[in-house]
Design a protein around this ligand. Sequence first.
Ligand code: URA
Length: 293
Amino acid sequence: MPLISMLMTKLASREEMLALLDWFQAMGVDAAVDDSSCDWLARGPKAPGADYVWRHSEVPSTPGESAANARISPRPGTAAPPAARPRAATPLGASEAEIGARKIARQATSLEALETALREFDGCGLKATATKLCFYRGAAKADLMIVGEAPGRDEDLEGKPFVGRAGQLLDKMLSTIGLGEPDVHITNIVYWRPPGNRTPTPQEALACRPFLERQIELVEPKIVVAVGGAAAKELFGVAEGIMRLRGKWRNVTIGERTIAAIATLHPAYLLRTPAAKQLAWQDLLQIRSKIRA
Ligand code: URA
C-alpha cells in the first residue's frame, strides 16, 4: 500500500488529515504524481513518475522567456497527469542564470523596476515551488540593511521577508537599539522560499546575487548585517561557520561602493538557543555604535 494511502487510513480525523497535508506542504510537496493512489511497489523497479517525459519543445530555451506553457506529458497509453501549476524554467545552468540576472538587474534604476525584473526572472529554480516573491520590507532607502537566508512558510504566504516568528524576534532585537521597520531595509539572499525550508543551494544564491547587489546599490545602506551563517557565507564569500564570522566588521564592495558589514546570529537560532542571545546583544551594540558614528 502506498505510503500516503497507508497514512490516510491510520488518520482518525479531518484535523489529522489537514495536519498531514500541512506537513506535506511544509516539506515542499507541490504536486501529486498521480490523481489516484496506486501501489508503486507492485509496479516493479520503475520510479514513480518515470512514465512522464518533458516535451522539450515546450520548455523555454532562453532566460526570461515565459515558462507558462511548460508541461509534463504522458507517454502514449498512460493516464494523463494531473494538471500541474505552471513551472519556471529551472534547468538553467548556474552561470547562465547569473549572467542573465546580471544583465536584467543592472538595468533596474529603482526598487520597483528591480521587483518587476525579479517577477519576470525564471533563472532561479526556487520560483517553481514558491507561492510568492519576497522582495523586501521596511524602508526603500535605509542606513541599515538586513540580509537573511531565505523566506520561510509565513514569508512565502505573505510575500515579505521576516514576518514569521523569527521576524518578530528580529523586530524586537532591532527595537532594543532604537530601530523600527521605517529605519531598516530587510531582505534575503534568495527571493523565494526553498521547499521544506532547506538552505538555498549555491546555484540558487548565485542566480539571485545580481539582484541582491543591485538592491544594495539602490538602498545605499551605511551598514549591511548578514543574519545567520548562510547569509554571511554568501555575502562575504567565505566558508567559515557563523560562530567564527559573527561580531567582526568587514568591508563588502558592491559596484563602486565599499560598505561596512557584520554578521550576527539568526533569530530562528536564538529562538531555539536562548542562551546565545547574549552574543547577539553584543553584535547589536556594535551595530548601534556604527550607525551613530
Ligand atoms: N528566515 C530568514 O532568513 N528570512 C526570512 O525572511 C524568514 C526567516
